[in-house]
Design a protein around this ligand. Structure first.
Ligand SMILES: Cc1ncc(COP(=O)(O)O)c(C=O)c1O
Length: 480
């Protein structure tokens, strides 16, 4: 088969002229990069340009400015995405012995952080929303005994879908039961939480380490992110060591300069004000024809607040499978969403979107709903959709398998690949998540249970994260 080069494919994609409702947040707009010259400024640690790993000049100043704007004591620029931020947060914890509380629904970089740190996870389980069939919320009721012997607690705030759970009980619980334990927050999807238009960021809640994926909703270049720290619970020297160990020794100056600028653009509240009005309009108009997650959903199923800049649409009431809806939006309206599953589509706004683009999304959604009525869901009956959905909802409710080895022990242990159907009772050597939504059914080191095995054998999903090669079986730990 004839394949174009990567560069040609990028060019071809660009030519299609899609409207971006996905990351990065700058949405391809040049205004965010005026005066940032490529390739001339693709430079390295030269005179006057400072050094990321021992900053004393312009990088130190830019990081200071970021800390000031976001309300941290110290901020660090990341050039390996928020991914490296999660990893550094875990390595900055006091020890590799002991437990850490983490959400089962955490990003896979958190699972990698468990391998790197050696800590034993104790999982917090999310609540599956009965209409969207997605893990949209948590009730953080952490029993006093769970605080004992932990090195830290890691939360994701907001979720990918823009939902926020109430962190207050965690902060109160810490005060009562474990005042020295750090709270780490993955705020990858909420780096834009600066003005009153948005929920407060986790630094304001008293979190010790807070991670921003600044390229997702702000204007930084893809891969540019930030880690913020405050208080005494985290050793700064250990954190710096972790970042130096994990990040490139040739950090991109273009990424760092884009972060410096993103901090300034982030404060232009008016951009978000205009988008806010356009999104209200979208809910008012398209919300009549479609189920869209909206402020009325707050206070239920572990959802405390919503970030309005994420628009989650459920197509099942239209009797329309979401992938068909996405085809319609792409071909007829040139609209590109962030992600979709069988019944939901997620649209992400960023600082680079305009109210006109949101209006186009509104028109596209209304037209899509009308089209679905005309074609009667293209023959997919609502009951068939419901049947598929219920199956996936059941799969999301899978009980946590027993943990026999920590993820690090499992990662380092000798392994062999065996047929899936022979894996009952074995300790697994790989983590497996259906994607989306990417919640692991098993994490390496856990035991294969009848429930997980049945779900894996019967799942209609073909998209997996972490499963090396489903055709060849599954990796298990050599025992005995
Ligand atoms: C919740 C969460 N945390 C961390 C990351 C990693 O971010 P990055 O892509 O900047 O490495 C992601 C990426 O999607 C994410 O969704």
């Amino acid at each position: 088969m004839f394949l174009l080069s990567l560069g040609e494919e990028l060019f071809k994609y660009q030519e299609k002229g899609f409207l971006s409702f996905h990351t990065p947040g700058h949405k391809g707009k040049r205004e965010f990069f005026e005066g940032l010259n490529f390739p001339e400024q693709d430079l390295t640690e030269l005179s006057g340009l400072d050094m990321l790993h021992a900053p004393q000049g312009v990088i130190a100043e830019a990081q200071k400015r970021a800390a000031q704007v976001f309300g941290a004591e110290e901020s660090f620029f990341l050039v390996n995405g928020a991914t490296v931020g999660n990893q550094a947060m875990f390595l900055a914890l006091a020890g590799t012995k002991g437990k850490v509380l983490v959400e089962r629904q955490s990003h896979r970089s958190v699972m990698a952080s468990l391998v790197l740190s050696g800590l034993e996870p104790v999982y917090l389980k999310s609540i599956i929303h009965p209409e969207f069939h997605l893990p949209l919320g948590y009730e953080y009721k952490i029993e006093p005994q769970l605080w004992r012997g932990i090195q830290g607690i890691h939360l994701t705030y907001p979720s990918y879908y823009g939902t926020l759970s109430d962190i207050a009980p965690v902060v109160r619980g810490r005060e009562l039961w474990a005042p020295s334990i750090p709270i780490l927050v993955d705020q990858a999807h909420g780096s834009h939480f600066l003005s009153k238009l948005f929920p407060s960021g986790a630094l304001a809640w008293g979190a010790d380490l807070v991670l921003h994926s600044s390229h997702k909703t702000l204007s930084a270049l893809t891969q540019a992110a930030m880690l913020h720290v405050q208080g005494e619970r985290i050793s700064r020297s250990r954190l710096k060591q972790a970042l130096e160990m994990l990040q490139s020794s040739s950090p991109s100056y273009l990424l760092m300069a884009s972060l410096e600028r993103a901090v300034e653009f982030a404060q232009q509240e008016n951009r978000w004000n205009l988008l806010f009005e356009a999104v209200q309009e979208l809910h008012g108009q398209a919300g009549k024809a479609l189920r869209i997650l909206n402020p009325g959903d707050q206070g239920q199923y572990g959802i405390d607040q919503l970030d309005w800049s994420k628009i989650l649409v459920n197509t099942s009431s239209l009797g329309l499978a979401a992938p068909l809806a996405v085809d319609f939006l792409r071909t007829r309206f040139r609209i590109e969403p962030e992600l979709w599953d069988q019944e939901n589509i997620l649209f992400l706004l960023g600082i680079g979107n305009t109210p006109e683009e949101v209006l186009r999304l509104t028109e596209g959604l209304i037209a899509m709903a009308e089209w679905a009525h005309q074609v009667n869901g293209l023959g997919v009956t609502p009951s068939k959709l419901r049947e598929n959905t219920l199956r996936s909802a059941k799969e999301l409710e899978i009980s946590l398998p027993p943990l026999r080895l920590t993820p690090r022990e499992a990662f380092l242990a000798p392994k062999r690949q065996i047929p899936l159907k022979e894996s009952l009772g074995k300790i697994l050597g790989e983590s497996i998540s259906p994607y989306p939504p990417g919640i692991p059914w098993v994490v390496m080191g856990e035991e294969m249970t009848p429930e997980v095995l049945e779900a894996l054998l019967n799942s209609p999903s073909k998209r997996w994260q972490g499963w090396d090669n489903p055709e060849h079986g599954i990796w298990v730990i050599e025992e005995g």
